[in-house]
Design a protein around this ligand. Structure first.
Ligand SMILES: Cc1ncc(COP(=O)(O)O)c(C=O)c1O
Length: 411
């Protein structure tokens, strides 16, 4: 039979890279439910339920919490391209690859983008951010929460108040942290936040949950233009420039996700089922318990890696819970280790980008994969692989050290 006619049969893999992760089977089951019409009252009911679940996930009372179809950067692009009008000053504090992505999207939106950089493996202090805001006087500050490229997480709890004091709107990219680290949207005064399903939310890539407050809603509504053919009678367009993207136009998405149900795209039915299930899974465990599970897993993994005499990458006080950077020992071939893990054990771990390419492995323990058994399997397989590569380490030390962490935590 020609290859294209054979059934898909992906090999079993344990996805311990920076995402995607193995989706929770409950999410895959939800995705196999029958397709409904986008204005079927049952389906619009699911849309409303999903909004409610996302509000709880984001710890917010925002009216606006919904899905943007597409991977994590779809949510980023919808927010930034709707918010940033040509010439708007935007400040992006960059501490890894995804900060550069925010610069790129803000610049494509026509923003007057200023950026400051922290060395990869570190984050910014609130004072550094405030100084930059005072200097550049941005209308929008765009900041990554957990940058998977460096495995660092920028503390956010003080940044919202600083932005408010200087009349800037704060957008946060929580693609890789929502569900795995605290993202307290209201308490931290985050104006707009986006995420992805394929990391700590245990889903497949392809849907981006976002939320934003009335400050952002007011700002984007000033640019509201509705496409001809669906415009309701008497509609008056906003004074601001038309948003350059139709697909990522927040005011039109808001009309679609609100009682008005004004037609825009056809909602990606199966991805909505997935996102709804992802949110239910986190909320059933409890956001705080999910965060604790990610933190404990991180401690067990890093303790095991250190016991193997491996060096961790970056400022460990600001490490993301769900991704761990490991300095590749000089004596080993990093890509050969990754290939052996994949081919011999079916385990995927990540390499990194830019200045860290070939210097750092990234091990993800997010969402459904954030479990004791995966930590132990990963440590055992990595130790065996490193020994094959001639890297001397005390046999069994890593797994023993990780088990001790779990024992101490009563697990
Ligand atoms: C912090 C961060 N932001 C944005 C993205 C982009 O998300 P996606 O690849 O789903 O578009 C990623 C993906 O790895 C990420 O880790």
């Amino acid at each position: 039979m020609p290859e294209t006619m054979t059934d898909l049969n992906p090999p079993p893999r344990l996805l311990l890279g920076p995402g995607p992760i193995n989706a929770d089977p409950r999410v895959l089951r939800a995705m196999s439910m029958p397709i409904l019409g986008q204005f079927d009252p049952v389906f619009t009911g699911y849309m409303d339920e999903t909004m409610g679940l996302l509000r709880r996930l984001y710890q917010t009372d925002n009216k606006w919490a919904f899905l943007v179809n597409g991977t994590g950067r779809a949510g980023i692009e919808a927010i930034l391209t709707s918010l940033i009008a040509p010439g708007d000053r935007v400040l992006v504090p960059v501490f890894g690859r995804f900060g550069h992505l925010l610069c790129e999207i803000a610049a494509r939106s026509g923003g007057d983008v200023r950026h400051i950089e922290a060395e990869w493996g570190t984050v910014f202090t609130p004072d550094q951010l405030e100084d930059a805001i005072k200097k550049h006087r941005p209308r929008v500050v765009a900041l990554v929460h957990g940058d998977t490229s460096t495995t660092m997480a920028q503390p956010l709890d003080e940044i919202g108040a600083i932005c408010r004091a200087h009349e800037a709107l704060l957008y946060v990219d929580a693609t890789a942290t929502l569900g795995g680290m605290e993202v307290a949207v209201d308490a931290w005064q985050l104006d707009a936040v986006s995420a992805g399903l394929q990391k700590c939310l245990s889903g497949p890539p392809g849907s981006s949950p976002i939320t934003f407050n009335e400050r952002v809603a007011d700002a984007v509504n000033q640019r509201k233009h509705i496409e001809a053919g669906i415009e309701p009678g008497g509609f008056v367009a906003g004074n601001g420039p038309r948003i350059q993207s139709n697909y990522f136009d927040l005011p039109m998405l808001m009309d679609y996700w609100s009682e008005q149900r004004l037609n825009h795209h056809t909602e990606a039915t199966s991805m909505l089922y997935a996102a709804r299930e992802c949110a239910r899974i986190v909320l059933a465990e409890g956001v705080a318990d999910c965060v604790t599970r990610h933190a404990l897993t991180s401690t067990a993994l890093t303790t095991g890696l250190r016991a193997m005499d491996l060096e961790l990458f970056g400022d460990q006080a600001h490490k993301m819970a769900g991704v761990t950077g490991v300095v590749i020992p000089k004596s080993v071939d990093g890509e050969a280790v990754r290939s052996a893990l994949l081919n011999d054990y079916g385990i995927e771990i990540g390499t990194s980008f830019g200045p860290l390419k070939g210097r750092v492995w990234r091990i993800g323990t997010m969402g459904y994969n954030c479990r004791k058994q995966n930590v132990l399997i990963c440590l055992a397989a990595l130790e065996a692989t490193l020994r094959q590569q001639g890297f001397a380490t005390k046999s069994g030390a890593a797994v023993d050290a990780a088990l001790a962490v779990y024992r101490q935590a009563g697990q």
